[in-house]
Design a protein around this ligand. Sequence first.
Ligand code: GDP
Ligand code: MG
Length: 437
Amino acid sequence: NLSDRLERSFKILKGEGKITEINVAETLKDVRRALLDADVNYKVAKQFTDTVKAKALGMDVLTSVKPGQLMVKIVHDELATLMGGEAVDVQISGNPAIILMSGLQGSGKTTFSGKLANLMKNKRSKKPLLVAGDVYRPAAIEQLKVLGEQIQVPVYTEEGNKNPVQIAQNAIKQARQDGNDLVIIDTAGRLAIDEQMMQEIKAIKDAVNPQEILFVVDSMTGQDAVNTAKEFNDRLDFTGVVLTKLDGDTRGGAALSIRTVVNKPIKFVGTGEKMEALDVFHPARMADRILGMGDIVSLVERAQEQYDEEEAKRLQKKIAKNQFDFNDFISQIQQIKKMGNLKELASMIPGVGKAIKDMDIDDNAFKSIEAIIYSMTPKERTNPEILNGSRRQRIATGSGTSIQEVNRLIKQFDETRKMMRMVTQAKNPARMMRGIK
Ligand code: GDP
Ligand code: MG
């Protein structure tokens, strides 16, 4: 599998501290091949590996992680980012809110309409009305009725009426009368892109002005899914994608391709025929699936945690001996900056959490602190006790800050030190310091 291949191609890198041009090229070939295996569109795969290359080059490799593994993590995270990063919810504002289904025949529109109604009713306290807009096949209307009965959601039908625009408009009137706050319109698909189908669904869109137009696509259709998605999006400018039939052994490459080509969020995935078999789309999980290697990613994450733990242990010793100094202080700040997501992480870092507690934490938060510390001599950094008035004035001038700022930092540093000593004398210092309860 891909993770093995990546590690193999990184063997040569052992002992080197950085990811370099040569080993990246070899690896990215493997990544591209894996993406193609997972049904990712060729152009998308190429574009993707270019991005990953730019990210990976020059990246520091943690001592406890093999470069190949780190590379997998980079690929994974980039996949997740490309697929939207966060899950995107459906818009259910408006009274009634209107959601229109689109997609080819057999993609799973009718099934998904039922699932969505079920979810909205049970989890969001909505009162949905399902609308049978597939007027060409009597069986399709019957299918929706059966689903509606099963989930206890009303289904609006007009037997004999072959005009889906009228049906949709009438259904919305009915919904207003009956107090249904959500109208889900199922529509007819064709086996392939078809002009009449497109005109029809466009006409429904123009007539009812839905908040959401969801494009439903069978994830097993692989490459074709991209072309279909593009055609539908060009005509409808849909608001989101639903990937169905992910319960099989499809690898989900369509998710990445569609997202990249039409740049619309994937909102749900269907994972079975039952009404409950519906998940909100999670980019990170889909990235796992495309790579087929959830373990590697968590392994790298664990290794990164360990790295912090080793650093924490080293610091603990220094603190116990009251040797924590400004060098440690600044190296901790650098740790935090590297990790990102500062607010959450800062409190976990020994020696820094308290000092920055009252600050507005953003990327600039450390600038003046760093400037002040860098303006100290090495001797001052390791022996903060010697920082008298004239030294402080010199540091303020050198760092472009004020004497007040320098005083404040030194005071915070002293307090931090004091607090840390107290903590190390507590029962379980390592855990307490890292903020683990
Ligand atoms: P439509 O023509 O777009 O309305 O598609 P349907 O909703 O009728 O679905 C076509 C077939 O796919 C039906 O047999 C469904 O039971 C099945 N189906 C739909 N969604 C899923 C899914 O997420 N997983 C599986 N395994 N089958 C699904
Ligand atoms: Mg149908």
